[in-house]
Write a new protein. Structure first.
Length: 416
């Protein structure tokens, strides 16, 4: 097997033209010549239709009762014939497809005209015999010309169909390659933008890390960690009182028993026990009053609690009221909240937090931009993948057509 010839997509059209010109150029020239002759023949048919219109019109004007109806019928037929021929559009550029469409349209118009001639010309007889013979002579000549053009199209010019299709495929291939180049440029710009965004994000992330390592924020982080530990401890120590507190809350809503201040504090102990305890004065007086009210209602049996839950609530209440189990925890809670407030009011801390807030806004803005670039990248890659698939298909079709046309194996070099 002979070695395949390598040709670029930009060269294949010219190369194929050189390879096939000796075979197909004469056929194409003959097609143009026959199309010109067919146009001339159609013009002759239109001229003879105009002659029928004029002559029948003259007879209509005479108002001769013997010829009037036949003249009017011929006039109508001539107008229809002319309109049908006028509707047939000859191609400006000769190709197999354009010539095929032209032949089909002309055959359709001729078929209808021929049916009308067979049906109506005998009814017009014996009048306008010379006019009718002239029309039929020119129309028959047009049918022969159309038959010759159809035979040429079927037997000879059909060979150029593959060549024309291949040229169209080559043009489409070049357009697809240009589209890929445009998409690659867009992809490169998008990747550069994404890289720039990533660099800026890395710089801001480092700035945030540096600011978080400042002494004041480090101290606040330590205090926050201590607060989190105390929050868990307070919640754990009050775990047996949470359900009784909720029962007490419901009881107070119905029947009262606590002042508004005490009720507000009760709500806070249910929702945020650490914050509630840290805000208490020495010896947490509001909690004590709440617990005394809870103990009174439990002893009177006015709160519906399971026996085990009631027992644990009574034990927790006794530990807080009588043994002062919350004293140390309460003191620590107050101290860390005071310490955090002091640290938060430092000028340095305020400046650092302001800078951190600004940097976080910038970082979030960059994250949104990066998301947009990723979406664009996905869209571009999807379009490129689709077009590359089309390029490969066009390449295979062109290589196959060239082998069929000139019997040569060609490997088409494409930009994918």
């Amino acid at each position: 097997m002979s070695e395949a010839l390598e040709i670029t997509s930009g060269e294949v059209r010219e190369w194929l033209l050189e390879e096939t010109s000796s075979i197909f150029t004469p056929v194409h020239e003959k097609a143009e010549l026959m199309l010109g002759q067919m146009k001339k023949t159609l013009d002759d048919v239109k001229d003879v239709c105009k002659m029928l219109l004029e002559n029948s019109g003259k007879e209509i004007e005479k108002r001769n009762m013997k010829t009037f109806r036949r003249a009017r019928a011929l006039n109508k037929l001539a107008r229809l014939f002319h309109e049908r021929i006028e509707q047939v559009e000859a191609p400006n550029k000769v190709s197999y497809d354009s010539l095929h469409d032209f032949v089909q349209a002309t055959q359709k118009a001729f078929l209808v005209i021929e049916v009308d001639v067979k049906n109506w010309f005998p009814r017009i007889s014996p009048f306008f015999i010379m006019d009718r013979r002239k029309f039929q002579g020119i129309f028959e000549k047009a049918k022969y010309s159309l038959r010759d053009l159809g035979n040429f199209l079927t037997n000879d010019y059909v060979k150029t169909k593959t060549l024309e299709e291949t040229n169209e495929l080559a043009d489409e291939l070049l357009a697809l390659e240009r589209r890929i180049s445009v998409l690659e440029a867009r992809k490169n710009r998008n990747q550069a933008r994404k890289a720039s965004i990533n660099r800026k994000m890395a710089e801001i992330t480092q700035e945030i890390a540096n600011l978080k390592n400042t002494e004041s924020l480090t101290q606040i982080s330590q205090v926050d960690a201590e607060i989190e530990d105390l929050r868990k401890k307070v919640k754990h120590d009050l775990r047996h009182l949470r359900k009784p507190f909720i029962k007490l809350q419901s009881h107070v809503f119905r029947k009262g028993g606590l002042t508004p201040e005490q009720l507000e504090k009760l709500n806070q102990y249910i929702e945020s026990p650490f914050e509630a305890l840290a805000a208490e004065e020495d010896q947490y007086p509001l909690l004590r009053k709440i617990l005394r009210r809870l103990a009174s209602l439990m002893s009177e049996g006015k709160l519906r609690l399971k026996r085990d839950r009631r027992r644990k609530a009574e034990e927790a209440t006794k530990m807080i009221l009588e043994k002062g189990s919350f004293s140390v925890v309460h003191r620590k809670c107050r101290e860390v909240m005071i310490q955090k407030k002091q640290l938060s009011t430092l000028t340095e801390t305020a400046d650092v937090r302001r800078d951190l807030s600004r940097l976080h806004r910038e970082l979030n803005k960059l994250k949104r931009k990066r998301k947009v670039t990723k979406s664009k990248e996905t869209s571009i890659e999807g379009n490129m993948e689709e077009i590359i698939g089309k390029v490969r298909h066009q390449k295979e079709e062109i290589e196959k057509n060239i082998l069929d046309l000139v019997g040569k194996r060609v490997v088409l070099e494409v930009k994918v």
